[in-house]
Design a protein around this ligand. Structure first.
Ligand code: 5GP
Length: 192
């Protein structure tokens, strides 16, 4: 592996805009590579992803855990998610990576590959802003909303373990993408 290739990981509570930011960054910095996520969540129609998603059954997922095929894996909102270890090694040979994964997975990668991994936490200005944003984006039963918010609190408490915390202010997605882009460029010594 070339020593200057990095793994940039964007995490943050559900509804904060990670996928939009990741897609925006990939457009502006097309040299960044993406990864492959295996998940037990069902397929969503019509949503463009920011990486390759492979849908598997829980048994298939457990077999992959047993075979040591994941660099990280976690249960997020009752579904299993895991990053294919071989894909990360292969892609990292070619260049730097951008990943959008949850806090538990991000911290596993940071622990295994501390030198290469740069953690970026995306948050709203306040918790109330997050609640408003989630409610506006998607109608969901109260119980699901409560689960999302409880998870968000847990994730926010881990933001201090991240290298960078970026605020995605309401209605300022372009500025947020620009902020994340410039910190990636700085980490890669590309600025100027
Ligand atoms: P979604 O199902 O909407 O794509 O993602 C739901 C949550 O799972 C998000 O917080 C996202 O960051 C996280 N996630 C997506 N892919 C992965 C992955 O490969 N590993 C982990 N640990 N989390 C993931």
């Amino acid at each position: 592996m070339k020593k200057d290739h990095k793994i940039f990981i964007i995490s943050g509570p559900s509804g904060v805009g990670k996928t939009t930011v990741a897609k925006g960054i990939l457009k502006k910095l097309p040299f960044l590579k993406t990864t492959v996520t295996y998940t037990t969540r069902t397929m969503r129609l019509g949503k463009k992803e920011d990486k390759t998603i492979i849908h598997v059954s829980e048994q298939e997922f457990r077999n992959k855990i047993d075979n040591g095929e994941f660099l990280e894996w976690a249960i997020v909102h009752n579904n299993f998610y895991g990053t294919d270890s071989a894909v990360v090694s292969q892609e990292l040979q070619k260049g730097s990576l951008l990943m959008n994964i949850d806090v538990q997975g991000a911290l596993q990668i940071k622990e295994k590959m501390p030198r290469e991994t740069i953690l970026i936490f995306l948050k709203t200005k306040s918790f109330i802003d997050l609640v408003k944003h989630i409610k506006k984006r998607e109608k969901m039963p109260e119980a699901i909303l409560a689960l999302r918010l409880a998870n968000a609190k847990k994730e926010l408490s881990l933001a201090k373990r991240y290298d960078h915390v970026v605020i995605n202010d309401e209605g300022k997605i372009k500025e947020t993408i620009e902020k994340v882009k410039s910190l990636i460029e700085k980490e890669l010594n590309l600025e100027g």
